[in-house]
Ligand binder design. Structure first.
Ligand code: COA
Length: 381
């Protein structure tokens, strides 16, 4: 049929293959309707919906089929344009075939399809009383993120789950470190680079605060306690790295949200000092933004790149944030994000070596109304 399919064997079955998984075709609609009728009592997807969904660019249906062609299960993904998110709208296996790995195989294929379409998060809802579904998702690493009351036709509640997809993400030799304060993202990026380039260097919270004190432009008051690119480059150079600064314009940065005149004055003076120190350390400054192509070129030469992003797209907070770019696979940049969002039940696994599609990264790597763009390229000296 010209459609790629994957052979899957049951875990302990003596004679593989048992079923194949492949994308659904228009001719599969009858089979999909039959699975739906066998698997669900309520909230069934109608035949006309399957007919549309099989063709829709915003959906992807994967089916599991026996060697004779009979369909035994499907997984249906929906994609919303312009987001990094896919939603598992439905998954079902006919009752007599459950427990033989079809559900697991359909989930694996759905994750692969979503990742191939640059979706990095897969979300789903499951009935609170569906122990089997919940077990499957939790076994596959899905994290519970919420609950909807009265979600289904019969008033049952739904649990919401989410997984961050990795595809075949390559590993990185750069050690990850999670920031231990709200304001040390930049210094933590410098520290991870130091840990990578200097074999004698030990990462830890004392170093985190030391690097922050070397790089921050702000004294303690409400608002930003962060670091500017010149300060980060200077702290990297002080600790033995070679650095270059790339910033979209000259002058003081991050002042648009600072109302207190005294704080503005201190920030301006501190940044002036850092610009002078940058020159004293002979750190090159380029007054133009570093785009994805330039970041990739730096990585290819063994550099690591600290980039300013707006945390808005990641966490919904309009604060400037620094991440460390550690890898590139030809479609995504991989970042170590020192911030782990505890409130979203994140762990290191969500923040380390995180793949971000190039176009998303370009949109993310800017801050404020200007917008400001800034990066610091780090290399061993
Ligand atoms: C949820 C559902 C899709 C899972 O499908 P499945 O084909 O049974 O899933 P798997 O076989 O991959 O895994 C189910 C279990 O069988 C086990 N299993 C997998 N292959 C096996 C094999 N060859 N031999 C024995 N056990 C096996 C798995 O380890 C798993 O164990 P668990 O009980 O600890 O979870 C299926 O139960 C279903 O269609 N349910 C009704 C519809 C539904 O609830 N959909 C989800 C709505 S959100």
């Amino acid at each position: 049929m010209g459609v790629p399919s994957r052979l899957v064997s049951a875990v302990d079955a003596p004679s593989p293959p048992v079923f194949t998984v492949r994308p659904a075709l228009a001719a599969d609609v009858d089979g999909l309707v039959a699975i739906e009728a066998a698997a669900f009592e309520t909230d069934r997807i109608a035949r006309r919906s399957f007919r549309k969904l099989v063709e829709a660019p915003t959906a992807a249906i994967t089916v599991a089929a026996l060697p004779g062609g009979r369909l035994i299960g499907y997984a249906l993904l929906l994609f919303r344009a312009g987001t990094g998110m896919a939603r598992l709208y439905s998954i079902a296996v006919v009752p007599e075939q459950r427990g033989s790995g079809a559900g697991t195989a359909l989930m694996a294929e759905a994750e692969r399809v979503a990742y191939a379409r640059d979706r990095l998060l897969l979300r789903l809802e499951v009935r609170e009383d569906n122990a089997r579904g919940i077990r499957l998702y939790e076994r596959l690493g899905y994290r519970r993120i919420g609950r909807y009351l009265d979600y289904y036709e019969d008033h049952a509640n739904a649990l919401r789950y989410e997984k961050r997809l990795r595809g075949d993400a390559q590993t990185t030799a750069v050690r990850y470190y999670e920031q231990t304060t709200d304001f040390t993202c930049g210094p933590c990026c410098v520290m991870m680079a130091l840990g990578h380039f200097r074999k004698d260097y030990a990462l830890g919270p004392v170093e985190e605060i030391k690097l922050w004190r070397q790089a921050t432009t702000v004294f303690m008051m409400a608002g930003l306690g962060g670091c500017d690119p010149h300060g980060l480059a200077v702290s990297a150079a002080r600790n033995g790295l070679s650095a270059s600064v790339h910033v979209s314009r000259e002058g003081s940065l991050f002042l648009e949200s600072v109302r207190d005149p005294e704080k503005r004055r201190v920030m301006e003076l501190a940044q002036e000092d850092f610009r002078r120190q940058t020159i004293a350390f002979e750190i090159p400054i380029a007054y133009r933004p570093l785009d994805v192509a330039a970041i990739r070129a730096g990585l290819a030469e063994g550099a690591l790149v600290i980039v300013l992003i707006s945390a808005y797209r990641m966490f919904g907070k309009k604060v400037p944030h620094w991440v460390l770019v550690v890898g590139d696979d030809g479609r995504h940049l991989f970042v170590h994000d020192p911030w782990v969002e505890d409130r979203e039940h994140e762990t290191h696994a969500d923040a380390a070596n995180l793949p971000i599609p190039y176009a998303d990264f370009e949109r993310m790597a800017r801050w404020g109304r200007e917008p400001l763009r800034a990066a610091v390229v780090l290399r061993p000296r």
